[in-house]
Design a protein around this ligand. Structure first.
Ligand code: NI
Length: 205
């Protein structure tokens, strides 16, 4: 995201104009900037998490409630991501390995931000490559937008030489067994650190 454009938007979107703009934008939920969402997460300004209704990489309908009783490690990205997503997913996979038996209490989820290209068929080999327990989730654009908004994930489609790419934030979210938000790991958190934080929750009841 171009910061000059962000500032420009900030100037243009004065509250006075909102009522006029709202009906036109009704189909597309308002997008918040990466900086604003980072601020929300950093300072815990708003609740994080919530209900989702998506399709997993085997084509099965999945709701957040399907995973109650397990800790959730959630990551939002897309399979065409050149290096950030693979690095973070590898860290999640290594975290699972290092947790050993305690990993049974943890469910890692990869939610795509590119539902157009990330069909269940495309997600299946991708997620299983990283870890056999990693579940890939996709859905229609609206369901993905809803889930991303609930987790304060920033993402935007941007044109690239290779058609388009997705600009996105890369946090790993940790939810407790009842679906309550425990916190997030910033991008680049090493697996050792994730294990340290997760283990007490995974071994406790
Ligand atoms: Ni990515």
């Amino acid at each position: 995201m171009n910061w000059r454009a962000v500032r420009l938007l900030g100037v243009l979107c004065t509250p006075l104009l909102w009522p006029l703009a709202a009906p036109l934008n009704a189909a597309e939920p308002p997008e918040r900037s990466a900086a604003e969402l980072m601020d929300v997460l950093m300072w815990n300004r708003e609740p994080v998490g919530g209900a989702f209704r998506l399709v997993d990489h085997t084509g099965k309908l999945r709701r957040d409630t399907d995973y109650r009783g397990r800790l959730l490690l959630l990551y939002f990205g897309f399979t065409f991501c050149p290096d950030v997503c693979p690095t973070d997913l590898q860290a999640i996979a290594q975290t699972m390995e290092r947790l050993g038996k305690a990993a049974e209490a943890v469910q890692p989820l990869f939610v795509t931000l590119d539902p157009e290209r990330d069909t269940p068929a495309r997600l299946a080999p991708y997620v299983t490559f990283f870890h056999p327990r990693l579940v890939g989730l996709t859905g229609d654009a609206e369901a993905i937008r809803e889930a991303a908004n609930a987790y304060k994930v920033y993402y935007a489609k941007v044109p690239s030489s290779n058609d388009y790419t997705i600009d996105h934030s890369g946090y790993v979210y940790l939810m407790d067994r009842s679906g309550k938000y425990l916190g997030f790991f910033p991008p680049g958190t090493p697996p050792e650190r994730m294990v340290e934080v997760i283990r007490p929750f995974a071994e406790g009841r």
